[in-house]
Design a protein around this ligand. Structure first.
Ligand code: HEM
Length: 407
């Protein structure tokens, strides 16, 4: 007979969500718990702390994505919002999810991501040109924030001049996570409607005149006579904008802040920009922006002789799994020359919801870090970094003041 998970005597990771616990304190508490146990109690259910358990549970299809339940879990029941929600690839499961991945997967291949590299390099250089003569910048605001948007526009085949519109829509839609939904709801809904109408227009244009972009590929995507519906196309474009902007900009912020504290590693990258692919994997392992994800039990689940009743929530900690000493030798050492480990870093997740945009996100970061290190080899911190709230699902710096020799 499996033991009910609620009977376990395990570390408790419940803390006040009022900003009094810093990210460093949180990290230390989670690391201590991981030293004692593979599982700990948290506010919503259980945190999963060891690499092999995180991977096993993310690959177990009985655990379903909780991304469609964020509102519910946060106690938000605005009927207007709930009525407008649709299943997205992030929350779909079973056959519905398999079908979507089969149809859209090819459009997100490494080959497609590589085709955008020259454009990425142009965007990186143009953004750097704005401030390299000044000798100082707020890297989070001046670089990380704008960087992913023109790339998503290019991916969509949207005119370059429209990138500011996308940026505003993304900012407004991200208000979902600001904890002030009552006030923000009209703005969020308006942004969502405008984005939907905009994407709808592009879809119509591409139906009559296909081009070499993501939307044309998605319209053409067909498998065994199956195709994406108009609503699914819009849903996917929303998902890409949502999942592909804040993640990339915050990961870059985390990565550069890390390099600023390890100047020897930055110097190494400046001298050997070909190390960029390894640097991306190591920064994402050591300091990933997506700290964890969430799943709920779609049925009673037995795992490691424990019973998780239907509806139980788990939070697989990607960040803590990335520091598991049974997988990564000396996990607390940041070393961009580290031999590629047998098992991958987990900041892109694992299992069926593994990041669809991983090839694109890798290319974006590799290009940005390689060029930045070459152009700003003596980059250093010029003041305190201000961080997002420690409980942010996508963590990163709000302000990252740097200085360097002007050029
Ligand atoms: C450094 C940047 C990024 C990180 C760290 C990241 C991380 C993740 C993670 C952890 C997941 C899985 C979530 C879960 O299991 O609950 C995910 C899913 C996803 N990501 Fe990313 N992502 C990044 C960039 C991107 C980009 C650039 C795009 C698109 C262009 C993208 C599109 C998606 C989509 C559509 C999903 C849902 C896949 C599915 O549910 O089947 N991501 N991402």
């Amino acid at each position: 007979m499996a033991t009910p998970v609620s009977d376990l005597d395990i570390p408790d990771l419940t803390w006040a969500d009022d900003g009094t616990v810093t990210a460093d304190q949180q990290r230390a508490t989670v690391a201590k718990a991981a030293g004692e146990s593979w599982i700990a109690r948290n506010m919503f259910g259980y945190s999963i702390l060891h690499y092999d358990d995180v991977v096993a549970m993310l690959r177990d299809k009985r655990w379903h994505s909780a991304s469609g339940k964020i509102m519910e879990m946060s106690g938000i029941d605005n009927p207007e919002w709930l009525a407008r929600r649709r299943t997205s690839i992030l929350s779909a499961e079973g056959d519905e999810h398999t079908r979507l991945r089969r149809l859209v997967g090819p459009a997100f291949s490494p080959r497609h991501a590589d085709a955008l590299r020259p454009y990425m390099r142009r965007v990186v250089n143009e953004l750097l040109d704005e401030f390299t003569s000044k000798g100082e910048a707020d890297l989070a605001v001046d670089f990380c924030e704008p960087y992913p948007i023109p790339i998503i526009c290019e991916l969509f085949g949207a005119p370059k001049d429209d990138w500011k519109l996308f940026s505003e829509w993304a900012t407004d839609i991200f208000r979902i996570f600001n904890g002030n939904l009552h006030e923000d709801m009209p703005t969020i809904i308006r942004a969502q409607d405008e984005l939907d109408a905009y994407v709808s227009d592009i879809i119509e244009q591409r139906r009559s005149t296909p081009s070499d972009d993501l939307i044309s590929s998605l319209i053409a995507a067909e498998s065994d006579g199956d195709r994406l519906t108009h609503a699914e196309l819009i849903g996917l474009c929303d998902a890409v904008l949502m999942a592909g902007t804040d993640t990339t900009r915050n990961q870059l912020g985390c990565s550069v802040s890390l390099f600023a504290k390890h100047p020897d590693q930055w110097q190494l990258l400046a001298e050997h920009p070909e190390l960029a692919p390894r640097a991306v994997e190591e920064t994402m392992r050591y300091f990933g922006t997506v700290r964890g994800t969430a799943r709920f039990a779609s049925e009673d689940i037995e795992y490691r002789d424990l019973l998780f009743p239907k509806g139980s929530f788990i939070a697989p900690s990607l960040a803590q799994a990335n520091l598991d000493p049974t997988v990564f030798e000396h996990p607390g050492t940041f070393d961009i020359t580290r031999d590629p480990p047998d098992k991958p870093q987990l900041t892109f997740g694992s299992g069926i919801h593994y990041c669809l945009g991983a090839a694109l996100a890798r290319a974006e970061q590799q290009e940005a870090l390689a060029i930045m290190a070459t152009r700003l080899p003596d980059l250093e911190l010029a003041g305190e970094i201000s961080w997002k709230s420690a409980t942010a699902g996508i963590f990163g710096p709000e302000h990252l003041p740097i200085r360097f020799t002007p050029t």
